[in-house]
Design a protein around this ligand. Structure first.
Ligand SMILES: Cc1cc2nc3c(=O)[nH]c(=O)nc-3n(C[C@H](O)[C@H](O)[C@H](O)COP(=O)(O)OP(=O)(O)OC[C@H]3O[C@@H](n4cnc5c(N)ncnc54)[C@H](O)[C@@H]3O)c2cc1C
Length: 490
């Protein structure tokens, strides 16, 4: 039965669900607060530059990968091309580990840098292969109904039962290596893919997450926001609407079900089903006094706040960069000090747009970004109490990050033509994520994973706050799950 579906937010997760439901005959309206879609995986315009707001590389386009599955269901072409190497990890002792997609080159690379760790890599690859295979089938984790439990039962084949003993282990427990650089390598990879370090990250999730380069990562032509633009076009092509500058301010319930949402401009949209591409904190605020007790308890007491990101957006003189770093990879991660927690400029990720992706910067330039994990609270405190201190901290972080990346790309500073920064305050403003918390929950134990259920029967969460968490591929899986669930239940 065709239903009126309202989706709050045009992030990749929300748009994936919206496009599929529109394709399957439902009347879909996506309400997006901002002037472009994509959220954390959006691309914004600033003074002739088109910068990726957060995400820069996308996985999940290989056979059976989440974006490929959705592309086939929607009959769309994705504007992507593979990047190999995916990125280079620069460790504090000077080792530069190239993350090749080519399996043979990657085997040689890891053997050269981390001798004696081959048994770890073999287990990791076996677990990753099984995890990626299982998640490419309908895999409604955590199960929220009898139907989910039945689907889960058929999602794992007899050949994959070997993964069961690893369900409660951490990725770090798979290795006895004492090489601190090996740990720093694993931790830095997991921090950007699972929001957790090797001692915390689940072995199954962590194995799949650090397998991303081997699975293949992609540049998106025109900027990562083109993924969301492609999905928005698919929504419209299938009769749905994507309305930008429409910020939802409240959800109205009747008899325990959502029946309408209102926007900050006073418009009202009625619905039979509501998908919320927002965090639990944002959903609780939208529901107000009608928020279910469990959601209130989670948000007010149980859920630890998640982290934020500090960004530097750079204009790069393309010819100078090419002359100084001929043949250099476009993506680099630098770990400064293995003895300190990663984040707060101690681990920095640099991404440069592909040289043939013209039109994303003034002539002769390319856009680039640097990002680091950061706690959100100090930024908000300074923003409210000490504007000079806030500005000074931005400068201090940007300089420390440039120092870090200059270890990998000495002389990068001379190639920079332009720079602006973004803090958790900016992320809240541009993605409406409370406090600028990004990246979803750390993927520690799969037993603690959160599903789309909200406590309101016809309201489902979609995006990186639900399993399997962050990344465009991860939120695509959540969108796919919710779309199937909603479609099949009606
Ligand atoms: C710095 C950084 C780097 C990253 N790097 C990568 C990477 O390289 N590769 C990768 O795959 N992933 C990466 N990620 C993760 C990835 O970007 C996210 O996990 C993913 O994009 C989140 O998608 P989402 O569907 O949860 O929605 P979000 O991105 O959170 O988007 C939600 C949308 O909803 C809108 N919205 C919110 N509230 C309302 C409201 N009340 N009314 C209307 N609209 C509303 C917002 O404006 C936004 O457009 C990165 C993230 C960050 C922050």
């Amino acid at each position: 039965m065709a239903r009126r579906v309202v989706v709050i937010g045009a992030g990749v997760g929300g748009l994936t669900a919206a496009a599929l439901l529109a394709k399957w005959g439902h009347a879909v309206t996506v309400l997006e607060a901002h002037v472009y879609p994509g959220g954390c995986a959006g691309t914004f315009y600033h003074r002739k530059y088109r910068f990726d707001a957060g995400a820069t590389l996308a996985g999940g386009f290989g056979p059976g990968g989440p974006h490929s599955v959705v592309g086939e269901l929607l009959g769309i072409e994705w504007p992507v091309h593979p990047v190999d190497p995916a990125w280079v990890v620069h460790l504090p002792d000077g080792r530069a580990v190239t993350q090749w997609a080519d399996p043979e080159r990657w085997r040689e690379e890891r053997a050269a840098h981390f001798p004696g760790t081959e048994p770890f890599w073999r287990t990791q690859e076996r677990l990753a292969d099984a995890s990626w295979k299982v998640s490419s089938r309908p895999f409604p984790w955590p199960p929220e109904s009898m139907g989910d439990a039945l689907r889960l039962g058929s999602a794992v084949t007899v050949g994959e039962l070997g993964i069961l003993p690893y369900l409660s282990r951490s990725l770090g427990s798979l290795t006895s290596s004492r090489d601190p650089m090996f740990r720093a390598f694993l931790d830095s990879q997991l921090l950007i893919s699972a929001q957790a370090t090797s001692d915390e990250a689940s072995a199954l999730y962590g194995s799949a997450a650090i397998d991303l380069p081997r699975r293949g990562v992609n540049h998106v032509r025109g900027g990562i926001g083109q993924l969301a633009e492609t999905l928005a076009q698919a929504v419209r092509a299938n009769g749905g609407e994507v309305l930008q500058r429409h910020e939802v301010s409240a959800i109205a319930l009747r008899d325990g079900r959502a029946h309408a949402v209102t926007t900050t401009k006073g418009q009202r949209f009625e619905c039979d089903l509501l998908l919320a591409n927002v965090t639990p904190w944002a959903l609780r605020a939208l529901l107000g006094d009608a928020a279910p007790a469990r959601l209130v308890r989670d948000v007010d007491h149980a859920l630890a706040p998640t982290g934020g990101a500090f960004m530097v957006y750079l204009g790069i003189h393309a010819a100078k960069f090419a002359a100084r770093f001929p043949g250099a990879a476009t993506h680099h991660q630098v770990v400064v000090d293995a003895g300190r927690p990663l984040g707060e400029t101690n681990s920095v990720f640099f991404s440069l747009a592909s040289a043939d992706d013209t039109g994303r910067a003034p002539p002769g330039e390319l856009p680039a970004t640097m990002s680091t994990h950061t706690a959100t609270a100090p930024w908000w405190h300074l923003h409210k109490t000490d504007r000079e201190g806030y500005e000074a901290r931005k400068e201090q972080y940007a300089e420390a990050m440039l120092d870090a990346i200059s270890r990998a790309l000495p002389g990068l500073r001379e190639c920079i033509t332009f720079r602006i920064t973004g803090t958790p305050v900016s992320f809240q403003r541009f993605t409406r994520r409370p406090h600028g918390m990004v990246g979803g929950f750390p993927q520690t134990s799969i037993w603690r994973a959160r599903g789309p259920r909200t406590g309101v029967a016809n309201v489902h969460l979609v995006g990186d706050s639900v399993f399997p968490g962050q990344s465009t591929a991860g939120v695509t899986l959540s969108g796919l799950r919710v779309a199937r669930q909603v479609h099949e239940s009606g």
